[in-house]
Design a protein around this ligand. Structure first.
Ligand SMILES: C[S@@+](CC[C@H](N)C(=O)[O-])C[C@H]1O[C@@H](n2cnc3c(N)ncnc32)[C@H](O)[C@@H]1O
Length: 336
């Protein structure tokens, strides 16, 4: 394909993002779970305009999402099945979050981030992401569901990759609705687990926790990790937390964990680790989301993690890869 066409294909990503988001929001893939349906039936089931819906689904089918049959009917295929809400590793919730209105507005202002280094989200909405969620429960619900669905694949990958068996008590710092905690609790039945997040997020964790028989082993605690974390655990894990914050606040969060940890306590940061080499990597694209959306967050290299750890009184002991995008960056309290 000529270079100009490759670029244009990249640039129309915004059309594709919204087309997927609307199909996810309408629950089209769920409606097709029982087999093919005519566009009129799907329109009726989703409260949509039949002609506009036909154009949406025809375009998505042209991209390989849904299969168009000859008679203005559609059926699920491998890609669209991943948009169903009831399949393992469903991406429906994450797709909804990626096209969500508040996030979309922030991205429209992305040039501000590149000019200033400041989050476009804060510039557009006049407050940082997590404070916005506290006041906009619908956005928060979409975000939290997106995080939970992402954890459905990364959580088990972390539990498979790291040996948690020596840990008596583990705190998931900023653990959202508990997807990671449940994956670890499932595989390591002896660990006492504490799920820690903002109070309004913890208040919404019930439906996710109640899906597991291990829920009763998980203590939930509301609080602010910039102020402190629950005391006395053997290890503190945080997934997709450090990449949300600037260095100064990362050092604060990690420092609170180091101070609260039991003797020889561990701190486990679960994030993507950016390669130093000039090669293709998803982490480098995801880093732009951090630049646009979060309070100073970024994806970091191993060296950058090492420096953060040092400032927080921790020693980076190893980086454990998982069979997902994330790695586990392990730190231990520095001996003085
Ligand atoms: C990107 S999400 C990651 C959630 C979860 N760890 C996961 O991987 O699915 C960031 C989490 O940090 C939480 N958070 C943000 N600021 C916080 C604060 N000051 N204290 C506690 N939790 C906070 C958010 O509520 C959210 O659940």
């Amino acid at each position: 394909m000529p270079p100009e066409q490759v670029l244009l294909q990249m640039a129309v990503g915004k059309w594709v993002c919204q087309a997927l988001k609307v199909a996810a929001e309408l629950g089209v893939a769920d409606l097709l779970a029982g087999g093919p349906r005519s566009v009129d039936e799907i329109a009726h089931g989703t409260g949509s305009n039949p002609d506009a819906l036909y154009r949406l689904l025809r375009a998505l089918a042209a991209l390989g999402v849904f299969t168009e049959r000859g008679d203005r009917s559609f059926e699920n295929n491998a890609l669209s099945t991943a948009l169903r809400s009831d399949v393992p590793r469903s991406v429906r919730a994450m797709v909804r979050w990626l096209g969500e209105e508040a996030a979309w507005h922030a991205w429209a202002d992305f040039a501000h981030s590149v000019r200033t280094g400041e989050p476009a989200f804060d510039h557009f909405h006049d407050e940082q992401l997590f404070d916005y969620f506290a006041k906009n429960p619908l956005s928060a619900e979409i975000f939290n569901a997106g995080m939970t669905s992402f954890s459905a694949s990364t959580g088990p990958a972390v539990a498979r990759a790291y040996d948690f068996s020596g840990i008596g008590k583990l705190v998931d710092v900023g653990g959202g609705h508990g997807g990671l905690m449940l994956a670890i609790a499932e595989r390591f039945p002896a660990i006492d687990c504490v799920l820690f997040d903002r109070p309004e997020v913890i208040a919404g964790a019930g439906p996710v926790l109640s899906t597991s028989r291990h829920a009763e082993r998980i203590e939930t605690r509301g609080g602010d990790f910039l102020e402190g974390v629950p005391e006395g655990a053997d290890a503190y894990i945080m997934k997709h937390i450090i990449h949300d914050w600037d260095d100064e606040r990362c050092v604060r969060i990690l420092g609170h964990c180091a101070a609260a940890a039991a003797k020889e306590g561990r701190v486990l940061v679960v994030d993507q680790v950016v390669t130093e080499r000039p090669e293709s990597a998803f982490s480098k694209i995801m880093d732009l989301e951090m630049l646009a959306m979060t309070p100073g967050g970024r994806e970091r290299t191993e060296l950058e993690f090492r420096e953060l750890f040092e400032q927080a009184g921790l020693v980076l002991t190893r980086v454990v890869a998982t069979d997902s995008l994330v790695s586990i960056v392990e730190g231990r309290k520095a001996l003085h």
